[in-house]
Ligand binder design. Sequence first.
Ligand SMILES: NC(=O)c1ccc[n+]([C@@H]2O[C@H](COP(=O)([O-])OP(=O)(O)OC[C@H]3O[C@@H](n4cnc5c(N)ncnc54)[C@H](OP(=O)(O)O)[C@@H]3O)[C@@H](O)[C@H]2O)c1
Length: 235
Amino acid sequence: MQLSGKTVIVTGGSDGIGRHICLKLAAEGCRLAVLGRNSDRLAAVVQESRDAGALQVRSYVCDMADAQAIAATAKAVEEDFDGVDILINNAGIWHKAGPLDTITDEMLVATVQTNLTGLMQLTRAVLPGLRRRDAAAILNVSSKSGVVAQAGQSVYTATKYGVRGFTDVLKEDEAASGVRVAGLYQSGTNTGMFAKAGEEVPNHIFTEPEDLADVVVFMLSRPAKLWMHEVRIEL
Ligand SMILES: NC(=O)c1ccc[n+]([C@@H]2O[C@H](COP(=O)([O-])OP(=O)(O)OC[C@H]3O[C@@H](n4cnc5c(N)ncnc54)[C@H](OP(=O)(O)O)[C@@H]3O)[C@@H](O)[C@H]2O)c1
């Protein structure tokens, strides 16, 4: 897909991998709807994206655990940008690793809502508009944890396996509509995700988020006859 001029929603665009996806897509001349919760970080990404060459960029405060906010944001983006070409579902949280009974109910619910339920709700809201475009795509940022069972990650892994199942079925469902669907399954990436959950990890050995963002641009910019449905990245 030719990315220049395309309108892209990036969830979790205020930080980490999503921020770098925004900056790389800005350099490609995209129009960006950047979603997140933290308005200061969102404002910074809006400015950085403008500086990097985005044709148009707006931020939206939207909690992915709030179904009403998701529906309202999807509507607002459609109106502000006169349609959407690409949805990148990237927002996600980590719960500190440990056996299931060490994960609080609050954390369990927040992880499922943010990583899986909200992703499906936003996709459902944006999908009819995507089908009206000549070329459209949905890229879901899952994880290696969407493919491999690793100890201590029960709830996180359940959400990421869920995203993989959702991605695979959506691809089948949308085959005739022309909306391309892809999943990205990466291992540890050097962002603040683990620290936000109070987890200490050897972040410095992990993949850099800007390199992962390059992969996203590569996946989306392939010609129409070559679609990368699934990319797996490990250290
Ligand atoms: N880092 C890794 O090692 C790694 C590995 C595999 C997969 N992943 C996946 O990659 C994606 C991005 O992770 P990251 O490493 O970039 O994490 P990050 O640096 O912590 O950034 C997470 C982003 O998600 C947003 N977010 C979190 N909870 C939200 C909510 N309830 N509503 C709306 N936005 C919310 C944050 O926005 P605010 O700050 O504005 O709230 C932030 O922009 C996630 O889906 C994660 O599971 C990460």
